[in-house]
Design a protein around this ligand. Structure first.
Ligand SMILES: *Cc1c(COP(=O)(O)O)cnc(C)c1O
Length: 362
């Protein structure tokens, strides 16, 4: 926590706005609209997953529609496609950003067109905080007139060519779950380019009440609004966001130092200066004949240092492995070779020294 979160929660209690209305929600949304710029409209919601569900609903995704989704991601990117009984089509990643591959994406679009149905949306992800190949993907989106839903759940504070992630999609989402770079304990936002999309999202997120003086409902809605208590945490967290990004990027500098002379261990880094990552998590690929990913994981664990597997791509999940997939299984390959390294903003110098010592010992 940054320090002022409790003050804003207290404010909610004192004014008795313990509800899905109140000034914390308004101020949290405003602070994000200012932060993201580019005429963004922000709707605070109960989770990032809810934001993706609403984004698909705003694009009128219905039963039997195709929705294209990056395969290498956390399952929450894809699940809302199934909530709406639509058909997910998964696309592999390319090696420079680990995000959706433009060539495989175009193949997926052509497949859907050959089946007589244009995909309703393309869900792109900026995984681990690394922006996707924005120019190339937006070009395909424009060429085929298919809207982008940008899943920037992990990428608040990241930028592509100096423009913030969360502003590239026709609709974008950011998560404030407890594991993200800043948190509201649980929560998310939908970012839209148009005010009418925000108004529609608000309507759907609050049970789709018609504008009447009695309870009238003409379409199905959800209970997806963020609470004023959570938004109070979010207000406090926005005040320390820049500091959190700085800390995460410092962690990355540290890992660059300790991995630079380690043959067969490739720290994943931005391909060039256009890509500014918040380095939410640092990841490393083990491409080594004498050491496996499991070997590194076990050795670290013996020394009381936890590492974790990368996200397991959707086309390899029991839930999704019968879906169409386009690509060469690059994401499956990195899943087999990669690990996430300790990356919290509270990683102390002592922790870092211990990690460096253990790696050198290995
Ligand atoms: C966390 C996450 C989500 C879901 O956000 P929640 O707020 O946890 O619902 C979606 N996509 C990705 C890539 C995530 O990391």
């Amino acid at each position: 926590m940054g320090g002022n979160e409790l003050k804003y929660i207290q404010e909610a209690f004192e004014t008795n706005w313990v509800s899905q209305y109140g000034s914390n929600i308004d101020e949290f949304e405003k602070s994000l609209e200012n932060y993201l710029g580019n005429n963004s409209f922000v709707t605070a919601l109960s989770s990032g997953t809810a934001a993706i569900h609403l984004a698909l609903s705003l694009l009128n995704v219905e039963e039997g529609d195709f929705v294209i989704c990056q395969s290498f991601t956390f399952v929450a990117s894809a699940n809302p496609i199934l909530y709406l009984k639509a058909i997910p089509v998964f696309v592999d990643s390319e090696s420079s950003t680990w995000n959706i591959c433009p060539n495989a994406l175009e193949d997926a679009v052509k497949y859907c067109l050959s089946k007589g149905k244009k995909p309703k949306a393309i869900i792109t992800v900026s995984l681990y905080g690394m922006p996707f190949m924005v120019d190339e993907i937006l070009e395909i989106s424009r060429k085929y007139e298919i809207p982008i839903i940008e899943d920037s759940a992990e990428a608040l504070g990241s930028k592509y060519k100096n423009q913030p992630c969360g502003t590239f999609g026709d609709l974008s989402i950011i998560s404030f779950n407890g594991n993200k770079i800043v948190t509201t304990s649980g929560g998310g936002i939908l970012v839209s380019r148009k005010e009418i999309d925000k108004n529609k999202a608000l309507f759907l997120a609050t049970q789709a009440k018609d504008n009447k003086d009695y309870y009238s409902h003409s379409e199905v809605g959800y209970n997806y609004r963020m609470s004023n208590i959570s938004a109070g945490i979010g207000r406090g967290q926005m005040e320390v966001l820049e500091n959190r990004i700085k800390e995460r990027r410092k962690n990355h500098d540290f890992y660059q130092q300790i991995f630079k002379d380690k043959e067969g261990m490739d720290l994943f880094s931005a391909p060039n200066e256009d890509f500014y990552s918040n380095y939410w998590l640092n990841t490393v690929l083990i491409e080594n004949d004498i050491l496996s990913k499991e070997g590194l994981k076990d050795f670290f664990l013996q020394n009381n240092i936890e590492t974790r597997c990368l996200w397991n791509p959707m086309h390899l999940q029991p839930l999704y492995n019968t879906c169409k997939f386009f690509g060469n299984d690059f994401s499956g390959t990195i899943f087999a070779k990669g690990l996430c390294l300790p990356s919290g903003t509270n990683l102390t110098d002592d922790c870092k020294n211990r990690i460096a010592d253990v790696l050198n010992k290995l």
